[in-house]
Design a protein around this ligand. Structure first.
Ligand code: ATP
Ligand code: MG
Ligand code: MG
Length: 569
């Protein structure tokens, strides 16, 4: 598969290995444990872990847990679960908080070198001094503090002497830089809040840029892959790596050696790629949190959610998501992928891998009145039309069937190939049947069909070769298992739910018909599916036995995707 994947990042890796820049490569996936992973993260995961795998390297899972206010152990667990589910495993599980002591020593080194200073400006003043894209910033009045004063103040920040926001440690770079990220960015801020892992000992926390750059260096990451919005941060990333120079500063790594954490200091290279965006979807964590928090969906793993947990419950397979990422490819071009590409990847995977079954999700009784009362038999069906390896199964057949209500029309539209009064249709694998009588209730609704099965038309018989327009699916009423069928559709009814023109928000774009629950009947072999087993219900679509609610005696199936793209024009 690696031969087929040949994007600009893989080309860089290939070159770096070929010319001996690196003997082996190391990557990392660095999620912030402040939410569940979504389909966008799948792209980063497939890239970070996939490249390591393809080139014989390793990939770490590193929790970017530098903001204690936003973290939750529930997310930490779910993220690990999701990465493994996608089919990857990490060489080492790390936390940015493992490195807090190293970061603090690095900060002192920067101070000693005259590369960082303690600044007393308020957040608002910092913004004022920063300047704009067209206008250079101004130096902080605290920029020229002595090394001694800066060291003393930084240590007192760490000791807890000052309240939140009173001071920051800032890099001393260039307030006139065309890149605003280089205008003396903050490296540390004060936050009096214990850390879930590092504990009570901390009231200063490193900012993303220094924590990320040094975290990569500590772990010996060779290729640090991230999304394009970090492109403008790359000079700061390099600045942190170069100025701190962990590769030549073993004393800074001492706290890790003491903790028994192996570490390899190297010079990591940040490379950016474009995010995965998909229409009819929101991916901002803030919006996903609100959808769950406000009860607009049934939790993080609601099958309509773009979270990996939601996609999984919907019936998306790891292979389908990896296929999607391969199809989308890796580039620096931002684009929005059509939702149908996601659905197409699932269809292609399930077409090859989902066993076929029969179900009636809007059932109508069809009695084959010429068969004797109590007639039943067992038919043998192939589990997959294109792959004999799937084997066969027994499908019970009897005098009374459930068929799909929409396979019968009293007054057929033009081109109709299914059942009509007096008309014939082929019952999948069972012969040719005709409707003789339409039974209605007092309100005129069709409640039952009665008809005839041509005894000379069973599969294999001469009479079966007779030309009949349509073939429909069915389940034996006596043997069928009643099931809850959850019919999901896209969560949003517009392509760009983030569009706020006309005073609307994503909430106004929710698809009111995105979830419908019906009761239908499935054949016994479908009811017996294990939770998370994907099946094709013939002619209906791909369904998955619900991961949480499905039971053999009370089946629950989620529609993963229809057989064809019903949203296409
Ligand atoms: P937030 O900014 O709310 O924390 P995030 O999307 O940045 O959300 P992280 O946990 O920081 O979430 O992301 C972990 C990794 O996943 C990062 O390297 C990030 O670049 C990558 N990533 C996030 N969203 C996407 C996306 N839509 N496509 C590709 N990669 C993504
Ligand atoms: Mg983030
Ligand atoms: Mg982000």
């Amino acid at each position: 598969a690696s031969a087929a994947r040949n994007d600009f990042i893989r080309q860089i890796v290939r070159d770096d290995l070929a010319n001996g820049k690196h003997a082996a490569i190391r990557t990392r996936f660095p999620p912030e444990p402040n939410g569940y992973l979504h389909i966008g993260h799948a792209k980063a995961i497939c890239l970070d872990f996939g490249i390591a795998e393809e080139f014989g390297g390793v990939c770490n899972l590193r929790f970017d847990d530098t903001n204690p206010a936003r973290e939750d152990p529930e997310f930490v667990r779910a993220i690990q679960d999701d990465v493994r589910w996608l089919g990857f495993d990490w060489a080492e599980l790390r936390h940015a908080s493992d490195y807090f002591e190293v970061y603090a020593l690095a900060a002192e080194k920067l101070i000693a070198q005259g590369d960082a200073f303690v600044c007393d400006l308020t957040a608002e003043q910092v913004r004022e001094y920063r300047g704009t894209l067209t206008e250079p910033g101004r130096n902080s009045p605290y920029r020229d503090r002595s090394v001694e004063e800066n060291l003393d103040l930084f240590r007192r920040m760490r000791a807890g002497e000052f309240p939140d926001g009173a001071r920051t440690l800032r890099a001393k770079i260039d307030m006139a830089s065309g890149n605003i990220n280089l205008r003396d960015p903050a490296l540390y801020r004060i936050k009096h809040m214990p850390h879930p892992i590092a504990g009570e000992g901390w009231c200063i926390y490193p900012m993303y840029d220094i924590a990320h750059a040094l975290g990569d260096a500590i772990e010996g990451i060779t290729h640090s892959l991230c999304t394009l919005e970090f492109e403008d941060h790359r000079p700061l990333y390099d600045w942190c790596v170069d100025k701190v120079d962990l590769a030549h500063s073993p004393e800074l790594l001492a706290p890790l050696t003491a903790k028994g954490l192996p570490n390899v200091a190297a010079k990591p290279r940040q490379i950016e790629f474009s995010r995965l965006n998909i229409n009819y979807t929101v991916m901002s964590k803030r919006k996903l949190v609100a959808l769950v928090g406000d009860g607009l969906v049934d939790g993080w793993d609601d099958p309509r959610m773009p979270t990996l947990q939601g996609l999984r419950r919907r019936g998306y397979t790891p292979a389908s998501l990896r296929l999607l990422v391969d199809r989308v490819g890796i580039s620096k071009q931002n684009s929005v992928i059509d939702f149908s590409v996601l659905e197409g990847a699932l269809r292609d995977d399930l077409d090859a891998h989902a066993p076929r079954r029969m179900a009636a999700i809007d059932p109508l009784k069809f009695v084959l009145a010429n068969l004797p009362e109590g007639h039943e038999e067992t038919l043998v069906f192939a589990n997959h039309p294109k792959d004999e390896a799937f084997g066969t199964r027994e499908v019970p057949f009897s005098r009374e069937l459930w068929i799909e209500r929409e396979d019968f029309a009293e007054v057929p539209p033009k081109g109709w190939k299914r059942l009509v009064p007096g008309g014939e249709v082929r019952l999948r694998g069972a012969g040719i049947a005709r409707v003789d009588e339409v039974v209605k209730d007092a309100a005129g609704n069709v409640v039952e069909l009665r008809g005839w099965l041509d005894p000379e038309s069973r599969p294999g018989m001469e009479g079966a070769n007779r030309k009949v327009k349509g073939t429909i699916h069915w389940v034996s009423a006596k043997h069928a298992v009643e099931a809850e069928i959850r019919l999901y559709d896209r969560l949003f009814s517009v392509a760009d739910p983030d569009d706020e023109s006309g005073g609307k928000t994503y909430r106004d774009h929710l698809n009111p018909d995105s979830k419908r629950s019906v009761r239908g009947y499935v054949e016994p072999a479908a009811a017996a599916a294990a939770p998370e087993q994907s099946l094709q219900f013939e002619r209906l679509g791909y369904f998955v036995a619900d991961r949480r609610d499905h039971r053999g005696d009370a089946p629950v199936f989620n529609r993963s995707v229809s057989l064809r793209d019903t949203w296409a024009d």
